[in-house]
Design a protein around this ligand. Structure first.
Ligand code: ADP
Length: 445
């Protein structure tokens, strides 16, 4: 079933914000990340650890064997194709599996292995022979809960008696029902109902409580209160685990409310850099000239795959149309598309089925551009006040340290204002952006 995200009534010339602003966007972005993610993101940074008891030894593991998991669970892990723990898992797993159980707050960008880590922790603590809920996991939305549920089902595939229940809207159970599934995943509202009003779950028997995507969670009105109310029903010895991709003050405040006496693990995201990027600008007067310049570029250099950024949906779809007429294999990504559609487009592009991806801002967050050799800013990134959006510029064309191949970025400038934006971006990064004459492309090769 396809689930609708984008707002349908938006006009075509809608400017796509460069950063997700509403909770809906945040949740959609997070879902998109999950749908398109096929493996771990690279991260060479050190994990920062703050232990509740600084005197207790800090273990880290380099293999899953060292964790002495139940054989069925270890089999599940290997069947998922995991050979060894990710950076954050190396430290988080021994901490989460330690006896007596310890609480944990962990933060790292999406794709670093948090979900796999807490699923493993839940499944290793569960007693499949006991037919009642023992692990409870909260997700911010229905769709995200389903995604995490899939991971639980995959990893728990070989644990025969293990069952999972989804506490999400639409899942209606008969009054008086008692849940026999050992693991429950759901959204705060439904879980709260199941624990209190409907009494499907006895919260006093929960051993592990996971709060996933805390940053997305608190962006939704009511979720924070519901989560706190659920947490208060849990027994004293219950292990509390909280995960977040980002860590603003508000997330931190919430984390401390729901996770007493925590260990804390943080993994900084890999810095993006422009060092390996050759940056150019092209001067044009309007979008037709920009398109002509683009054709000249295509005519003179070999471009394996390119991503082209436009400011509005209207420009993006116009440009995609023009490029198609020139026989380019074009994919278009834009904000009114459903998350699942976007994920499909990104997948096709990554498989090389299309060579050009035309996109507006919001969609491009989270896409790995490592494989893309050329990035074109058909419009320069500006914030809602019309000032240069340096962060987005870096995110569009920057590569992460050691992993990034060399790249080429071409900025299309139209008019004085746009030239001024370019200059300010150049000053900000203190990296020269060179002039390119697309009628004479010798210099680029
Ligand atoms: P996060 O929750 O931080 O976004 P995930 O747990 O979803 O990260 O992991 C991101 C991707 O990496 C998923 O496709 C997952 O299957 C995979 N993955 C997780 N842990 C490992 C591992 N130890 N080895 C290989 N792949 C892994």
């Amino acid at each position: 079933c396809l689930l609708q995200f984008g707002k349908l009534h938006l006009k075509d010339d809608k400017v796509e914000p460069s950063t997700p602003e509403s909770n809906e966007d945040k949740a959609a972005q997070s879902l998109l990340n999950k749908l398109i993610r096929s493996n771990l993101v690279n991260n060479t940074n050190q994990v920062e650890v703050l232990q509740r008891d600084p005197n207790s030894p800090l273990y880290s593991v380099k293999s899953f064997e060292e964790l002495r998991l139940k054989p069925d669970l270890l089999k599940g892990v290997y069947t998922m194709g995991f050979n060894r723990p990710s950076k954050i898992q190396e430290t988080a797993l021994p901490m989460m599996l330690a006896e007596p159980p310890q609480n944990l707050i962990a933060q790292s960008q999406s794709g670093t292995g948090k979900t796999a880590a807490f699923v493993l922790a839940m499944l290793s603590r569960v007693d499949p022979a006991s037919r009642f809920p023992q692990c409870l996991c909260l997700s911010p939305t229905y769709e995200l809960a389903l995604q995490t549920g899939k991971v639980i089902e995959q990893m728990g595939k070989f644990s025969k008696e293990l069952k999972l229940a989804y506490a999400v809207r639409g899942n209606k159970l008969e009054r008086g029902h008692k849940i026999s599934e050992q693991v429950v995943i759901g959204t705060p509202g439904t879980v709260l109902d199941w624990c209190s009003k409907l009494r499907f779950i006895d919260p006093k028997k929960i051993k592990v409580f996971v709060l996933d995507e805390a940053d997305v969670m608190i962006a939704t009105q009511g979720h924070q209160d519901q989560s706190v109310r659920i947490q208060k029903m849990l027994p004293k010895g219950c292990q509390m685990l909280l995960f977040s991709a980002t860590f603003e003050e508000s997330v931190w405040g919430f984390a401390q409310k729901v996770v007493p006496e925590p260990n804390i693990i943080k993994l900084k995201r890999e810095e993006e850099t422009l060092d390996t990027i050759k940056q150019y600008y092209v001067v044009c007067n309007n979008k037709e000239e920009k398109f002509q310049a683009l054709c000249n570029i295509y005519g003179s250099i070999t471009i394996a795959q390119a991503m082209i950024f436009c400011h509005t949906r209207k420009t993006a779809s116009w440009l995609a149309g023009e490029l198609s007429k020139e026989n380019h294999q074009v994919a278009l990504l834009s904000g009114e598309m459903m998350v699942e559609q976007r994920a499909a487009v990104i997948d096709r592009f990554r498989e090389g089925k299309e060579k050009v991806l035309v996109t507006t801002n919001v969609c491009a967050r989270g896409i790995d551009v490592e494989q893309v050799s050329v990035v074109i800013n058909f419009d320069l990134p500006v914030d809602k006040d019309g000032n240069p959006d340096n962060e987005t510029y870096l995110h569009r064309i920057g590569r992460t340290g050691r992993f990034g191949k060399r790249g080429l970025a071409i900025n299309m400038v139209d008019g004085k204002h746009s030239m001024n934006i370019l200059k300010r971006i150049q000053e900000h990064f203190n990296k020269r952006i060179e002039h390119l004459d697309t009628d004479d492309m010798d210099e680029i090769e």
